[in-house]
Design a protein around this ligand. Structure first.
Ligand code: BDR
Ligand code: CA
Length: 311
């Protein structure tokens, strides 16, 4: 039995890297490729970090593509202040030996989707939506191959983490997000409202450390990465955002939300990148997205730790 075909679009980042590990550890999913985008750190580092992660998983044959090196209409805003200078600070891992694929990520996406059964491939997006916005703008026909897009991004009742209004992935490239939310494709958004419930606690780190070399590296990453949110927001632990996307595909019953209309603010400097979620249906505008609001955090970490232990 082969797994559900997915492409992971990502800007690693420690939490992205853990999401990639979770996907590669899960037989329910077939990772057709990993497409890197500029976000947490510049593109050369996100591409490198995707390859470091594949090699950590013992999967150097996974195809990694470099994509867009800056947002569609804006300068790049990065988050070394969270992820460290490399984007993967916290574990000492070797430079990757596997090759970066020659094709541009957007060309890989276009060709793969054009050759796929209609509605067959799931895109898991863990970073700014630049690669996907560019794909839909340049290759509108490629949309036919997409089954759904499940993204980490946005925040509504919880607010933002870059500005009071905006979450990082949408803030970095709001024009790309606007294209995606206007595409009519089936969308699921996992915003800060849900991921701020998935807090990394000391017990999770010690359980990971008992799971061998991969668990040890993951614990090192997460210990480094969570200090930012713990210090800034006074949280009990750092929120583990991006693996929620993969966990949603594996066990959707761990998540609850509802179908809503969502629009992206692209004009106002004050609220740039805000995900305007019509949770109460006040506009009566048609729903274009399933918006997740809750995650069963204990079960989510049980799943994650068990899967990391398989690597
Ligand atoms: C998102 O921004 C990045 O820092 C994380 O990798 C995650 O995708 C959270 O706002
Ligand atoms: Ca990310």
């Amino acid at each position: 039995m082969t797994g559900r075909p997915v492409i992971v679009d990502t800007d690693p980042g420690q939490d992205d890297a853990v999401a990639i590990l979770l996907a590669l550890a899960s037989p329910e999913l077939e990772v057709l490729g990993i497409t890197a985008v500029a976000g947490n750190v510049p593109l050369d580092l996100t591409s490198r970090n995707a390859m470091v992660t594949c090699e950590l998983a013992g999967r150097p044959e996974v195809k990694v593509f470099a994509g867009c090196d800056r947002p569609m209409q804006r300068d790049l805003f990065t988050a070394e202040y969270v992820h460290g200078a490399t984007g993967l600070d916290g574990a000492d891992l070797p430079d990757p030996r596997m090759p970066l694929q020659e094709a541009h990520a957007v060309d890989f996406l276009a060709e793969t989707l054009a050759g796929a059964q209609p509605g067959s491939i799931t895109l898991c997006t863990l970073g700014p939506l630049t690669n996907i916005g560019t794909l839909l703008e340049r290759h509108p026909g490629a949309a036919a191959g997409i089954r759904e897009i499940v993204m980490m991004g946005g925040g509504f009742f919880e607010g933002g983490n870059v500005t009071p209004a905006a979450e990082f992935n949408i803030y970095v490239d709001p024009e790309a997000a606007d294209i995606v939310f206007g595409s009519g494709l089936p969308l699921t958004m996992i915003p800060l409202d849900a991921t701020h419930q998935a807090l990394i606690l000391p017990d999770h780190l010690s359980r990971l450390r008992r799971r061998g070399a991969v668990g040890e590296a993951v614990a090192g990453w997460l210990e480094f990465y969570e200090r930012w949110d713990v210090d800034k927001y006074g949280m009990e632990g750092g929120p583990l955002h991006d693996p929620c996307v993969i966990a949603y595909l594996l066990q959707p019953g761990l998540f609850t939300g509802k179908d809503c209309n969502v629009r992206i603010e692209t004009v106002s400097p004050l609220t740039r990148g805000m995900t305007v979620v019509d949770w109460w249906g006040v506009t009566r505008a048609p729903a274009n997205c399933t918006v997740i609001r809750r995650v069963m955090a204990g079960e989510f970490f049980d799943l994650l730790i068990e899967r990391i232990g398989r690597l």
